[in-house]
Design a protein around this ligand. Sequence first.
Ligand code: ZN
Length: 404
Amino acid sequence: MELSKQSVLNIGTLGHIDHGKTSLTRAITHTWTDRHSESIKRNMTIKLGYADAVIKKCDKCEGPGSYTTGDKCEGCEGTPKPLMHISLLDAPGHETLMATAIAGSSVIDAILFVIAANEPCPMQQTKEHLMIINILGLKNVIIVQTKVDIVGKEAAKAHEKQIRNFVKGSIIENAPIVPVMPNLGINVNTILEMIANMPKPVRDTASDPLMYVVRSFDVNKPGVEADRIAGGVIGGAIIKGTFKKGDKVEIRPGIKMAKSKKDTYEAITTVIEEMNAGSEKLEQAVPGGLIGISTEIDPTFTKADGLVGNVVGLVGKLPPSVSSITIKYTKLKRDDVPEQGIGENEPMILGMGTTTTLGYVKKVKKDTVELELKHPVCTSKDVKIAVMRNLAKRWRLTGYGIIS
Ligand code: ZN
């Protein structure tokens, strides 16, 4: 079978700050760059860290040593054959950005859950991330134990027991725990072998296509002549369906119009001129990895992630943009958050799609919450959103809602 040009698995990384997510990702992709410091934008949208890799397998050898993302087999020094494209997405760690992590995770198939051996398990964010894994029902999780070289063998074994205890009763209680030393390349190939053997998600390529915009750019160099200006470029994750070159598409909610008391937005209509997955040009694109789309949009709208949080679909096939939603709310069990009923006019931060938006509670009846949104969103029934409440003067992830 021909190697797919698109990513087969989207793999998210989670873990407490400084636990070694970045060096692990770099060891796998060889090309990882840190998120830009300016990545935190208005609406608390965050640029997901992102990189692609190709897992290769040597067909003369067996075992972990025969899996690599490099150019040589570790076993026989032979040339391994490309097996599959994967994409790594680094979800933001801070709790106030966690809602976006949940939103971004609507496109995540598997998780590398990084836990460092030089700190007791669980640390605060490690706890929160396990909560997210549970909410999302992510079962393809590899627990990666890092910094084992710092603490030594005995302490690493004891720490592994702490991890086992910590995940007990969660949906990942039987997840493998793999000690790695990314800087030395030790056990990274074990992770690659496990990823290669994960069940492949079944993609819906037949429905009307839908993409979440994760990034948007202006690719023109300053001072370019007016008749040579290239249209805006958007990067996103396709949730379902197939986009084809030449498709007429709509972007919603679109561009913010003149400021009035309430913000209004206008949808953008454009044509897909080019599509790519990394350096590969695509005639059509399906779910898997991040897809870049060149459009005819005025690049001033796409520059500096201006269109992040929008959705893309065929003209006339997207749900309408709405300014109020009703959700069925499920509260998380958290012993570190005070108990408090939901009140009228209470503000909530809602993580939906690839963005967060502020909502105000209009009505509460048992677990049904009606919300008025500050910015319109293009969303539909049954979409899962993250809910954050301001309790004891802090924004806390308190539960999730399903749009009804
Ligand atoms: Zn080999």
